[in-house]
Design a protein around this ligand. Structure first.
Ligand SMILES: [Ca+2]
Ligand SMILES: [Ca+2]
Length: 237
């Protein structure tokens, strides 16, 4: 009898104990601070900047500390092409009306049609993403004359491979931009899958002269075709 009673008490007590331990573990988990999103630094930043938090101070800062990144807001990064300085033979133009911001950029240098020539006149747009998604690049653009001439650029993200991107719509501002993989593959939207939150750099380099680039929209879910979106804030990380 005593043995049975004792055993019952032990069973009840051990179930209380288990419940107490489970509750303690539960509340301990609740008290954990929210984990910051893992930041995967692009390879070329690894030697220059550390993760966003904690700040890592290195003796040699190769990037000017005032460099700001255009921050994704409501799933999109919007940047006027002319918000960063021209390099090489890019020129700010305002002669074709209807542009947004202060004008648009046009490449006035030579043609760089072969992929071995990609990388001339690199315009680098620093971008800070807050959510993980597939992002689509649309560029408000146009050109005149032959639809297949003066209509393309080279594009890369985070020092990845250059890929030709083109539009074919003349004499009117439009957001059409597609990859031309140039090896028999069908054209496709300029999508970058599975991008992670953090800092990225979108590079545009010259391919054909006379292509007019007004503003870029880099958006999750491919929503970037609205003129009235304001330019994204550019913040120093
Ligand atoms: Ca072309
Ligand atoms: Ca513009």
């Amino acid at each position: 009898m005593f043995y049975k009673f004792n055993r019952r008490i032990m069973v009840v007590m051990s179930s209380w104990l288990l419940t107490a331990v489970a509750l303690l573990a539960f509340f301990a988990l609740l008290r954990q601070p929210a984990q910051a999103a893992t930041y995967v630094a692009p390879s070329h930043w690894a030697t220059v900047r550390g993760p966003l938090t904690p700040t890592v101070y290195l003796p040699l800062v190769m990037t000017p500390p005032e460099t700001c990144y255009y921050v994704e807001t409501d799933d999109a990064v919007v940047i006027e092409m002319e918000s960063i300085p021209v390099v090489e033979a890019w020129v700010l133009d305002t002669s074709f009306p209807g542009y947004t911001g202060n004008g648009y950029y046009v490449w006035t240098g030579p043609q760089y049609w072969d992929i071995s020539q990609a990388g001339h006149g690199i315009l680098s747009y620093p971008i800070s993403l807050t959510k993980s998604a597939t992002y689509r690049l649309n560029i408000r653009n146009t050109h005149t004359g032959d639809p297949t001439l003066s209509n393309d650029i080279w594009v890369r993200l985070d020092d990845g491979p250059w890929t030709k991107a083109f539009s074919h719509i003349t004499n009117q501002w439009n957001y059409f931009l597609q990859f031309d993989f140039q090896n028999g593959q069908p054209h496709d939207w300029v999508d970058f899958p599975n991008l992670q939150p953090g800092l990225h750099v979108l590079d545009i380099s010259a391919r054909s002269s006379g292509f007019w680039l007004d503003r870029l929209v880099f958006s999750a879910n491919g929503m970037g075709q609205l003129d009235d979106w304001p330019e994204s804030p550019c913040l120093v990380p």
